[in-house]
Design a protein around this ligand. Structure first.
Ligand code: DSN
Length: 482
């Protein structure tokens, strides 16, 4: 179908959909319309966000939402799941083919859910199944009260080693306030205090001492690539299962920017991801696994997850089919090239970046050199139409709420068509905002970590400069709601 025809169909589909919604709750139709206006008019630099295609978005708005389908393909707790089976099997097939994984599970509703499925499948495979075999039981219902208590104790006393939140890991990688830090005895590895880079020898030393059942690799705010072959060596040496959370960089794996030792899929026992970040699909999760973990991952619903969102699984299948097109590899390479342009743009203007640069899709800007907290920088940038999120930097003196950093990613604006020159200009505009932002004071005159003053006219000037670039690269050009 021609692009023109797709644009015209998409436009009328959304116009009509909003009319139907408005007939019931006009404020929701209006908020939906306004969200498009806002997204069109701002520089979206949140590293974990993107713009899914109209085909992906449209796939989510269907009657698959009405169906319960707990269980797995061909093995459901409800009747009438034949079409859901088709959808889930297709999503899994595309995921296996795209990533070269022996097994894929398309049900997780989010990245946190995918990680919970992974944790419980590892506990089932490594702890529960061997315990049942030793006791000669087929399942936990056959255990005596005493054996059940002992197995529960064993399941609840396993160890996990993951990257710390302020070094760039995710909160589900063993951060104490998160369930992952509560259900496991956890320890965290960080990055080298001088370089900000992962120190594999230090990770290995910690793993040897701690002997985790699960070694988690992957990140949400580390601006560098990881050598997963090395992480697997460490896991093998201490008898750990290697779980990689590739939520942030799944698009770079799918697009063959990360290959060999940088591709987690052949090295990890279990890989989790979201589908909406650099992978550019619907909001949701996926688990990939080596064959030996497949049966346990397959029990994710209803063990850990509620009923699958079949409409979202359908959209995952569409997005994964898109990511199997050669054009996705061009897109993925542009994400990484653009991140480099953004980083160089900051460095050439004297800004400080964690690790001194990037070789993935994100840049972590240390805003303390501007005399600001991450919270102040994030708010001032938003005033100027630049959407980012504040983020801790390693050993952050301002903690996880106020932070000292701002995380910026290129997947979304790369989807809009921004290239080298535009990302250099984006760096220039951000530096301009931060140089013209003054930290504020609290009511009693003490330095505030939240309030700030943005210089007069700065927001308008940046918005005008951004508008020129945004107008050149329209978002969803085929959708005309006027
Ligand atoms: N919220 C995602 C991110 O922004 O990285 C991870 O949970």
């Amino acid at each position: 179908m021609s692009d023109q025809r797709i644009d015209s169909l998409t436009s009328s589909a959304y116009r009509q959909a909003l009319e139907v919604i408005a007939s019931v709750e006009p404020r929701i139709a209006e908020a939906t319309r306004q969200e498009l206006v806002d997204q069109r008019g701002s520089l979206k630099l949140i590293a974990s966000e993107n713009y899914a295609s109209p085909a992906v978005l449209l796939t989510m708005g269907t009657w698959f939402s009405d169906k319960y389908a707990e269980g797995t393909v061909g093995h459901r707790f409800y009747a009438g799941c034949q079409n859901v089976d088709t959808v889930e099997a297709l999503a899994a097939e595309h995921a296996r083919e795209l990533f070269g994984a022996p097994y894929a599970y398309a049900q997780p509703h989010s990245g946190i859910d995918a990680n919970l499925v992974a944790f419980w499948s590892i506990l089932a495979h490594r702890v529960e199944t061997p315990a049942l075999a030793k006791l000669g039981a087929k399942n936990v219902n056959e255990l005596s009260e005493e054996d059940w208590e002992s197995l529960r104790h064993e399941l609840g006393n396993q160890r996990l080693l993951g990257m710390s939140l302020d070094a760039g890991g995710h909160l589900t990688h063993g951060f104490r306030p998160n369930i992952s830090g509560k259900m496991f005895h956890q320890q965290q590895y960080g990055t080298d205090p001088e370089t900000g880079l992962l120190d594999y020898d230090a990770v290995a030393a910690k793993a040897r001492e701690f002997k985790p059942l699960v070694l988690v690799a992957g990140y949400s705010a580390y601006p560098r690539r990881v050598n997963f072959a090395k992480m697997r060596e460490i896991a093998d040496e201490v008898g750990a299962t290697l779980m990689v959370d590739m939520a942030h960089f799944a698009g770079l794996v799918a697009g063959k920017v990360f290959t060999g030792d940088e591709d987690p899929v052949p090295h990890a026992h279990v890989v989790t991801t979201t589908t909406h970040k650099s992978l550019r699909g619907p909001r949701g999760g996926l688990v990939l696994a080596q064959e030996e973990y497949a049966a346990d991952v397959d029990r994710g619903c209803p063990m850990v997850l509620g009923g699958p969102l079949s409409h979202v699984m359908a959209a995952k299948a569409v997005a994964l089919a898109e990511a199997r097109q050669p054009s996705f590899q061009v897109y993925a390479q542009s994400i990484a090239d653009n991140a480099k342009s953004l980083a160089d743009g900051f460095l050439s203007r004297g800004a400080t970046l964690v690790t001194g640069g990037t070789d993935n899709h994100l840049v972590l800007l240390d805003v303390s050199s501007f005399g600001l907290t991450g919270r102040q920088a994030e708010s001032a940038l938003l005033d100027a139409g630049v959407v980012t999120n504040r983020n801790s930097v390693p050993h952050d003196a301002n903690g996880a709420w106020y932070t000292s950093g701002v995380r910026l990613g290129t997947p979304a604006l790369t989807t809009r068509g921004f290239g080298h020159d535009e990302f250099d200009r984006v760096a220039e505009l951000i530096v301009h905002v931060l140089q013209n932002t003054q930290p504020g004071t609290t009511k009693d005159g003490k330095p505030s970590k939240a309030s700030y003053t943005l210089g007069e006219g700065v927001a308008d000037k940046v918005r005008d400069a951004s508008a020129e670039m945004l107008d050149k690269h329209p978002l969803y050009p085929g959708i005309d709601l006027s």
